[in-house]
Design a protein around this ligand. Structure first.
Ligand code: SAM
Ligand code: SF4
Length: 333
């Protein structure tokens, strides 16, 4: 079986695919209120996405995460999941997604049927008004019902919570307890400098996870878990609840040395690193060669050969550095 190996000897086995830049929320750290989205013709069709992902799988990708924007608002997305599920056990080990949960009541059973076993659901607060303030357009009730639906369908849920200074700091213990009661793991994420936010200021939002971790240690006994998933998360176990807690700390801990992933956008650009502007246009190779995957494979391999060593994000000296002009919803968080 072919493998994708980058110049720093990292095996790339994990592809994250942003299937749309659109979303039914407007989270304050992710988007500005008035977003301009890509014209539809720029987007890969679901058939093109299928072909692209299938080529990646043929080259050694074993885990596929569907994300966005909000992946479940793309029309026909269940057909895409259905098509991807044919690769499970046949090159692909895991098919999963990251979602805001708003559409899960509708889709949880189908996702489970198609082999999705675990999902990440983003939820930054348990307060209805605060949820509205953070997501601008979201409805907490729908997301909580979505979580219930996913669990009822037998899907394991992990909560992703962005640590937001002055916004959800006061809920830390409550959210952890809620996740423990619901038998869900949780991962905290530091705000990353991606995209222009209009009036919002990133430094105002940034809550360092080193500080969050210290607070956790006042209530629970933390044991480091040496697990390395090749991603940015580091994990601890809370002894009292036997719960796994992850920290995605691109700012306070550089995780690039073990990176195993690349990111495909809905326009067919391949970003080799979340924190660099380098990218490769795979759409051209795909569209120029409708009956031949050879040039697509060549373009993928050439892009992997250029994967940079790491990102340059920093909030040092009270200013944001290494900032990306694109939003997280474009590359897929
Ligand atoms: N809409 C889906 C969701 O919210 O889960 C999937 C896409 S969203 C871009 C993926 C993840 O990125 C979410 O957990 C979100 O909280 C996170 N995210 C978005 N913008 C971010 C930023 N600037 N810094 C850190 N995390 C961010
Ligand atoms: Fe949408 Fe997810 Fe971004 Fe929130 S974080 S605006 S739900 S893409």
């Amino acid at each position: 079986m072919p493998q994708l190996i980058d110049p720093f000897d990292r095996t790339i086995s994990y592809l994250r695919v942003s299937v749309t830049d659109r979303c039914d929320f407007r989270c304050v750290y992710c988007m500005s209120e008035n977003m301009t989205f890509l014209p539809k013709k720029e987007l890969l069709t679901l058939e093109e996405l299928d072909r692209m992902c299938s080529v990646f799988i043929s080259q050694g990708i074993r885990k596929l995460r569907i994300t966005g924007g909000e992946p479940l608002v793309r029309r026909g997305i269940m057909g895409f999941f259905e098509n991807m599920s044919r690769h499970l056990g046949n090159g692909l080990d895991e098919l999963t997604l990251t979602t805001n949960g708003s559409q899960l009541v509708r889709y949880a059973d189908d996702l489970a049927r198609l082999g999705v076993k675990r999902i990440n659901i983003s939820l930054d607060t348990l307060g209805a008004q605060k949820f509205k303030d953070i997501t601008r357009w979201g409805d907490l009730r729908k997301v909580l019902d979505g979580i219930k639906a996913a669990k009822a369908a037998g899907i394991r849920v992990k909560i992703n919570m962005v640590a937001l200074k002055g916004t959800n700091e006061d809920e830390l213990e409550d959210v952890i307890k809620w996740c423990a009661d619901e038998d869900m793991d949780i991962t905290f994420i530091e705000v990353m400098p991606m995209g222009d936010l209009g009036n919002e200021d990133r430094l105002d939002q940034y809550w360092a996870l080193s500080d969050l971790r210290e607070r956790l240690a006042k209530t629970w006994t933390l044991t480091d878990i040496p697990e390395n998933t090749g991603g940015p998360a580091r994990y601890v176990r809370l002894n009292e609840t036997n719960q796994k807690v992850g920290f995605i700390t691109p700012l306070t801990h550089n995780f690039c040395e073990s990176c195993n992933r690349v990111r495909l956008t809905c326009t067919g650009q391949l970003f080799q690193c979340l924190g660099q502007e380098d990218e490769a246009d795979l759409r051209k190779a795909l569209r120029d060669n409708p009956d031949d995957n050879g040039p697509v494979i060549k373009a993928i391999r050439a892009a992997i050969a250029l994967k940079p060593k790491g990102h340059d994000f920093s909030y040092d000296r009270q200013k944001v550095a290494g900032e990306m002009s694109r939003h997280m919803s474009h590359t897929g968080g």
